[in-house]
Design a binder for this molecule. Structure first.
Ligand code: ATP
Ligand code: MG
Length: 173
C-alpha cells in the first residue's frame, strides 16, 4: 500500500488537537513522503509517539513534529519539552514493559508497550527509530522509513514527482 506519510502525521495531530491543550506544531520540509506499508500500523506508530510526547510533557508545553528527506528516506522527529529520560535507560525502553525507573515517570504511568510496538512495526517496514533526550529538558523521538521510488524514473525526477507541498514552508498549529 502506498502511503503519504505527511497525511498520516496530519491525521494523528488532528485527533490529538481536540483532546489536548498542548500546542502541536508541524514543520513539513519533506518534498517526498510516500512510503510503502500498512496505513493502520503507521498511524499506530505516530499515535504511540505523540501520546508519549503529550503524556510526559508539562501542561501546555509545545510539541514539535518535523518531517524531512535524508538520502532516500523520510525522517519524522517528535520533540517535546517534558521530563526527559535518563541517558542510561534510553536503550532499554524499546523492550516490552520497560519504563523509566524514577518517581516522576512512574507517577505518570503506562504499560510500557508503546515503544516496543513502534520498534516492531518499523522493523517490518525497513524503518529505524531512535531517542535523544535530556532529563528536565525534553525528548526527541525520531523514526525514518525508506521512500517509495517513482515507477517511471526516466520521465520524472525523484524530487519533482511528489511535490504535494507547493506552499512550503508548511506550518500547522
Ligand atoms: P504505553 O505506551 O504502553 O501506554 P508507556 O507510555 O509507559 O505505556 P512506552 O510508550 O513504551 O510505554 O514508553 C516506555 C517508557 O519510556 C515510558 O514509560 C517513559 O518512561 C519513557 N518515555 C517514552 N517516551 C517518553 C517521552 N517523550 N518523554 C519522557 N519519557 C518517555
Ligand atoms: Mg507510550
Amino acid at each position: 500500500e502506498s502511503i503519504r506519510l505527511n497525511h498520516v502525521v496530519m491525521q494523528v495531530i488532528d485527533q490529538y488537537k481536540t483532546t489536548y491543550a498542548n500546542p502541536i506544531l508541524l514543520i513539513d520540509d519533506a518534498v517526498h513522503s510516500t512510503v510503502t506499508g500498512d496505513h493502520d500500523k503507521l498511524v499506530q506508530v505516530l499515535t504511540n509517539l505523540l501520546s508519549n510526547a503529550i503524556k510526559f510533557s508539562h501542561a501546555a508545553s509545545e510539541i514539535n513534529i518535523s518531517m524531512h528527506n535524508e538520502q532516500q528516506r523520510v525522517v519524522v522527529r517528535i520533540s517535546d519539552q517534558g521530563i526527559g529520560i535518563p541517558q542510561e535507560q534510553i536503550a532499554s525502553l524499546f523492550q516490552k514493559f520497560r519504563r523509566v525507573d524514577n518517581s516522576e515517570a512512574k507517577r505518570i504511568g503506562g504499560t510500557g508497550l508503546g515503544l516496543a510496538i513502534c520498534k516492531e512495526i518499523l522493523n517490518s517496514h525497513e524503518g529505524e527509530i531512535g531517542i535523544e533526550s535530556e532529563e528536565g529538558i525534553g525528548t526527541t523521538v525520531w523514526f525514518s522509513l525508506p521512500l517509495q521510488l517513482p515507477n517511471n524514473e526516466k520521465d520524472q525526477s525523484f524530487v519533482t514527482i511528489d511535490s504535494d507541498n507547493d506552499d512550503k514552508p508548511n506550518v500547522m498549529i
